[in-house]
Design a protein around this ligand. Structure first.
Ligand SMILES: O=C(O)CCC(=O)C(=O)O
Ligand SMILES: [Fe+2]
Length: 365
């Protein structure tokens, strides 16, 4: 099997509930996980009417008056949840050209004095005033709950694709009320006339287990890097999610499930803004991946050898997974991406990663 790829496979989730077709889905999933690291998922159980209602709210969310957005800015939140204005975020030290609201599944922060700082990473979201955007909170919470449920089911299928019992990866999660997964609503505006770069978001890997991405407008722009380093387009396909693998899952599966470098180019001048809604599935903050070694059958491990290794990429790495608890790895990633939030809430880590102080760009406020 050729290990390189020039397009992203489309998997039909309705096959999962049909005993005569499920094995086909599992075989396609195994290929996508090992050789591509990205797939489209059609016929997911997430209600299309909720997806449509969410998409409908997005332009109005970004059209809120600037004061209403600033009121819920991310710098208010030790959980890195809330609004980031244009140019506030860095990927590998370069400014991304996007505006976003980080909104996570409901959670009460567990941190108490004496606990490691990374337990502060999860906590309540900040919401725009209900009367300014009636119904938005309700639809977003419904959406996140459904994608969360899909994520847990999908991890069971992924285990099956690697010939493991379907609950083999449950050890990476705590019980539902102790977990939090993070959603985000993103706007990529068209660049200004003399824009220095077309970086919507720079090349990176996602940090967690699985990402479920809703491309919420018809714009291309998302690209993924194949094994030889070429950028492959992942254009929106209506009625699908884009699913990809994060560094934690790559580490936990000894590289069987591939985390693939990806980026987003800004929409061309004269176009309209691109919108997307990624959902990042987390693992327990306390889990140390190096302590949780899964055993895979030799025939499955052989498929990884056949794939070969990817050429070096420019992407941000999460190398600390080999020693640190997952929460610490994630906290470091968030500090590097949002230095202004870090300066406010994690001053020691901020000084460690930004000894010269806040970078001129990338400071939200
Ligand atoms: O907006 C997109 O299509 C992808 C965004 C992304 O890769 C990310 O935020 O991690
Ligand atoms: Fe990403």
């Amino acid at each position: 099997m050729a290990a390189n790829f020039s397009s992203i496979p489309v998997l039909d989730y309705s096959q999962v509930s049909d005993p005569t077709r499920k094995s086909k889905f599992i075989a396609q999933l195994r290929h996508a996980l090992i050789n591509v690291g990205f797939l489209y998922l059609s016929n997911s159980p997430v209600a299309q009417r909720d997806i449509d209602a969410l998409i409908d709210h997005i332009p109005r969310l970004f059209a809120l008056p600037q004061e209403a957005k600033d009121k819920i800015r991310m710098a208010n939140s030790p959980h890195f949840l809330g609004y980031s204005k244009l140019g506030a975020e860095l990927t590998r030290g370069k400014t991304d050209h996007r505006e976003q609201f980080d909104i996570a599944t409901p959670h009460t922060c567990r941190w108490k004095p004496g606990d490691p700082d990374y337990l502060k990473l999860w906590g309540p979201s900040q919401w725009p005033d209900e009367n300014m955007l009636p119904g938005f909170k309700d639809v977003m919470e419904r959406y996140l709950a459904q994608v969360q449920a899909l994520g847990y089911k999908f991890i069971g299928l992924l285990a099956e694709a690697f010939s493991l019992p379907s609950d083999a990866l449950a050890r990476f999660y705590d019980s539902d009320e102790l977990m939090q997964h993070r959603g985000k609503i993103v706007k990529y505006p068209t660049p200004v006339d003399n824009a220095a770069s077309d970086q919507g978001v720079g090349p990176h890997y996602d940090a967690g287990f699985l990402t479920f991405l809703l491309q919420a407008s018809p714009h291309p722009g998302l690209q993924v890097q194949n094994l030889s380093g070429q950028w492959i387009d992942v254009p929106p396909i209506p009625g699908t999610f884009v699913v990809n693998i994060g560094k934690a899952l790559e580490f936990a599966t000894q590289g069987l499930a591939r985390a693939t470098s990806h980026r987003v180019l800004s929409p061309p001048k004269g176009s309209t803004p691109r919108y997307s809604v990624p959902f990042f599935q987390n693992i327990s903050l306390n889990v140390r991946l190096a302590d949780e070694v899964l055993q895979f059958p030799p025939d499955i491990l052989k498929l990884k050898e056949q794939r070969g290794t990817a050429s070096a990429t420019d992407s941000v790495n999460f190398t600390e997974f080999d020693r640190e608890p997952s929460g610490q790895v994630n906290l470091i990633g968030r500090v590097k991406s949002h230095p202004d939030v870090a300066e406010m809430h994690y001053p020691e880590l901020f000084r460690q990663f930004f000894p010269q102080g806040l970078p001129a760009q990338g400071s939200a406020y």
